[in-house]
Write a protein that binds this ligand. Structure first.
Ligand code: TLP
Length: 351
């Protein structure tokens, strides 16, 4: 059966142009800074997010972890939203490997942080307090439904942190989606923060990789963290080549994913048993609550899969679909039909 996989934009495959670039990539030893393709990707990435330098890493998680380990010293506290990816899904890496306790503040409905709550979370100097080493933002905000922080929202949190002498890191895994939604250049958002991690392997469709960007001395320091984590690669140009195509060719099509996500959300929000706040559908992610009686989320996702649609589970009764490159408009329509057919049938039939 043909499967429509809307679990994540991480399931995207490299385009033929990426595969071609990968096959032809010039390579060298990146641990010695000698891979021309990686160097080109890092320069292009830094320029596109308006930072001095950037470092190529195998994953978004490693990019965020290198940022935490570089900004903070052992025992420093990291302030972040209680729904942030770093807090939920990154194996507590900063805490486990860097001795960095996490201090969470409430994420608003759209992923925003209240600057006064951030201010209150930043510790004053006192011997019993863990010093605050870093504040983290996330844009777009995954668990909040792919929602977007405006430049002003980012700036107001960054101002509070900077006034207290604390740097700000952005988990911008999907920062190109945020910029597309706002209709602003990415640097307008990233200029509010000290460092940013963004992914090539999600909406931009590259098979591997993320970048950590920031001031040149910070990025040089971060290379030590990457090495320590085992993320310094050798002839990585073969994968970086796909990343260059991602940045040059895949950014402009992002609004298509937003449009498809919106259409799908509008359709499924009408169905009985689904509670979906359309105001959170701003980019390519749709998060909703399964309220249908008689369906457990596991049974429901299994019933969808049996009809050819894969989606992901995102909490007790929260589910997620993500629009991405490679899914045709008729497949989104078919996905909505599958939702409808499953929800209008009694769960007993599939047990
Ligand atoms: N997110 C994945 C899952 O881990 C949930 C997904 O399918 O959305 N920051 C954010 C905001 C992310 O959404 C992700 C991946 C990462 C960091 C980590 O990136 P990778 O998977 O490259 O380590």
């Amino acid at each position: 059966m043909h499967l429509i996989d809307l679990r994540s934009d991480t399931v995207t495959h490299p385009t033929p142009e990426m595969r071609d670039a990968m096959a032809r990539a010039e390579v060298g030893d990146d641990q010695s800074g000698e891979d021309p393709t990686v160097n080109r990707l890092e320069e292009l990435a830094a320029e596109m997010v308006g930072k001095e330098a950037a470092m190529y890493v195998p994953s978004g998680i490693m990019g965020n972890l290198c940022a935490l380990l570089t900004h903070c010293g052992r025992g420093d506290e990291v302030v972040m939203g209680d729904q942030n990816h770093i807090f939920w899904y990154e194996s507590g890496g900063g805490a486990a490997l860097g001795g960095l306790p996490y201090h969470t503040v409430r994420n608003g409905r759209y992923g925003e942080l209240d600057p006064s709550e951030v201010n209150a979370a930043i510790r004053p100097p006192r011997s019993g307090f863990a010093p605050t080493g870093l504040v983290c933002l996330e844009n777009t905000h995954n668990r909040c439904g792919g929602t977007v922080l405006s430049r002003e929202q980012m700036q107001s949190v960054a101002d509070v942190a900077h006034e207290r002498g604390v740097p700000v890191h952005l988990d911008g895994a999907r920062i190109f989606n945020a910029a597309a939604h706002l209709g602003v250049p990415v640097p307008e958002l990233t200029s509010t923060v000290d460092t940013v991690q963004f992914c090539l392997s999600k909406g931009l469709s590259a098979p591997v990789g993320s970048l950590l960007a920031g001031p040149a001395p910070f990025v040089s320091e971060a290379r030590k963290a990457r090495k320590m984590l085992g993320g310094a690669m050798r002839q990585a140009g073969v994968i970086a080549a796909a990343g260059i195509v991602a940045l040059e060719k895949m950014v402009d099509r992002i609004p298509e994913d937003h449009e498809q996500a919106r259409r799908l959300a509008e359709r499924i929000s009408q169905l009985p048993g689904i509670e979906l706040d359309l105001s959170t559908v701003q980019t390519n992610i749709v998060v909703f609550e399964l309220t249908a009686e008689g369906w457990s989320p596991e049974e429901f996702t299994a019933a969808l899969a049996a009809e050819g649609l894969r989606i992901s589970s995102f909490g007790a009764r929260r589910l997620r679909v993500v629009a991405h490159h490679g899914i045709e408009p008729e497949e989104y329509a078919r996905a909505a039909d599958i939702f409808e057919s499953v929800l209008t049938r009694t769960p007993v039939l599939v047990r």
